[in-house]
Design a protein around this ligand. Structure first.
Ligand code: B12
Ligand code: SF4
Ligand code: SF4
Length: 297
């Protein structure tokens, strides 16, 4: 198993389940399992500029949805009943597990930082009922006195540790009416990359260029598609991107905030039409009303 994993992933660590349990306060029942593999896959981090016709989400969404990619690898590995592959949508703390392997350390931006891949990688877990020797490396790397991400975060979400309620990536993935302040600060269709872009540990990284994470056509979302396509048609065109997990209406709401930043009046009529439709929820319409007033104002 270990050799197979090393071929598929950019790094692999192994810890005893007991070690994970004593480090976290998980309520997940892991009594069947003995070991945990912690794996990582690096993604590209070139930044695509937005245009007045097409918008982008966080750079991690430029390639194929990492859930699809990890699950595909798990199925190629033919994991039998002794193993369980997990990616993202589960109740185990992937960052804590990785920290225990020593392969990366937790940065002040709340993300795990690897010496070769910086913070631009996804983490996955494979639980095993068979015991494996631990693979833990010593890691003396740290942020030191650097506070660049704390200073750069436009909403102060790192001032007192990480505060998810302030974080742009937190609120732009939540179905809610955005406050004026939130509208002002949001700048992507989904997610936020500022605390990674400014991080010196993300300079001069090893580029892996995995086929799956190469920039796909879906990296750009046509604004017309957001407003004009049905949910089904939009999913057919953009469904392999990880930004769609909260649905198209959330992307539309976030797009409004970018139109306002661009002072882009080209879609005012489409916004007006969406406000008349009974299809959209209040949290979308409240934000849309506010943005339209500002654009026309
Ligand atoms: C929910 C979630 C989010 C939420 C909430 C984030 C949060 N709570 O930290 C939102 C949507 C905001 C989010 C945003 C992002 N996320 Co996210 N997210 C997750 C997810 C699914 C669960 C995390 C979680 O809530 N854990 C449970 C809570 C309780 O943990 P916690 O908040 O970290 O705090 C607890 C412990 O971590 C611990 N703790 C806290 N600080 C410290 C410090 C030390 C030293 C120790 C030992 C313990 C410790 O104590 C806390 C209380 O119990 C994980 C995948 C996973 N299953 O782990 C991905 C994950 C953490 N996200 C990831 C990414 C990439 C992001 C974004 C960069 C995406 C983007 N570009 O917008 C941003 C980063 C924002 C930021 N600066 O942290 C990656 C991180 C990769 C990496 N290199 O570290 C993960 C691992 C997904 C993956 N499979 O790759 N995320
Ligand atoms: S993801 Fe954005 S808002 Fe959240 S902590 Fe980082 S810079 Fe701040
Ligand atoms: S910007 Fe500086 S403080 Fe923030 S995570 Fe990177 S090295 Fe650490």
């Amino acid at each position: 198993m270990l050799n197979q994993l090393k071929q598929q992933f950019d790094f692999v660590g192994v810890i005893d389940i007991k070690r994970y349990l004593s480090y976290t306060n998980t309520k997940v029942d892991l009594s069947e399992f003995k070991s945990m593999f912690v794996v990582g896959l690096a993604y590209n981090h070139d930044i695509l500029p937005q245009t007045k016709k097409a918008l982008t989400a966080s750079i991690y969404t430029y390639g194929l949805d990492y859930h699809l990619v990890f699950n595909q690898i798990f199925s190629h590995l033919n994991l039998d009943d002794h193993y369980q592959g997990l990616i993202d949508n589960h109740d185990l703390d992937e960052r804590a597990a990785l920290e225990l392997t020593g392969a990366a350390f937790r940065g002040k931006n709340n993300l795990m930082i690897h010496p070769e891949f910086g913070s631009y990688f996804f983490i996955g877990l494979i639980l095993s009922k068979i015991h494996y020797d631990e693979i833990i490396v010593e890691n003396t790397n740290s942020c030191g006195t650097c506070v660049k991400c704390i200073k750069a975060c436009p909403v102060g979400a790192l001032n007192k540790g990480y505060q998810v309620d302030k974080c742009i990536s937190g609120y732009n993935q939540t179905k809610k009416t955005m406050t004026k302040e939130e509208v002002k600060h949001n700048y992507l269709l989904l997610g936020c990359d500022i605390c990674q872009r400014v991080c010196p540990k993300n300079n001069g990284l090893k580029i892996m260029n995995h086929e799956a994470f190469k920039i796909q056509q879906h990296a750009y979302v046509e604004i017309n598609d957001l407003f004009k396509l049905s949910n089904k048609a939009f999913k057919d065109r953009y469904g392999k991107a990880s930004y769609l997990w909260r649905g198209k209406t959330l992307l539309m709401r976030n797009a409004l905030t970018i139109l306002l930043k661009q002072n882009n009046q080209d879609y005012n009529e489409l916004i007006r039409q969406s406000l008349k439709s009974t299809f959209y929820p209040d949290w979308y319409k409240d934000t849309a009303k506010y943005v339209l007033e500002q654009l026309e104002g």
